[in-house]
Design a protein around this ligand. Sequence first.
Ligand SMILES: [Zn+2]
Length: 164
Amino acid sequence: MVPTVLNASPSEAAQTQRLWSSTLQSISRAKQSLEANDANAQRNLTYVFGSKEEAYRREVLKRISLMDNKARRCRYTVSLFEGSVPGFEGRMSIAAHTAILGAPAISLNKIQLKGGFLAEGVIAHELSHNAAGTDDFAYGRNVHLDMAKRVRNADNYSLLIQHY
Ligand SMILES: [Zn+2]
């Protein structure tokens, strides 16, 4: 479903909706691939999660399906913002944020709209928090985390989606 975009010019709203739609298409492709357990699924599970074992494929597919279902069923609100977030000044320029398993709403930094590939990963990262209850144990490719955390780590889902 097309999201409502807040605090955006018409072109920023259109760009956000394109990114959203492209992310959802990647999530759908990932879901189909993991359901079929095809060659892409085996390669991407091995690269991003460090294992293509059946138990892990099911854990990852479960969360991808939650993301896919919620993004199709609910109309999300994407609120754009500029600059830093109160409480984060001096530490980082936060890219995006959302509530874990909360209302269908994501806040996205306008600098991400120029990120292309990166922005798609950011939306997938936030959707995994919002729809599938993932956490932030580590960022990037984290095959060193123990597997119970790896299958609940948001950035692993971001990376997986970027491979579809
Ligand atoms: Zn996060």
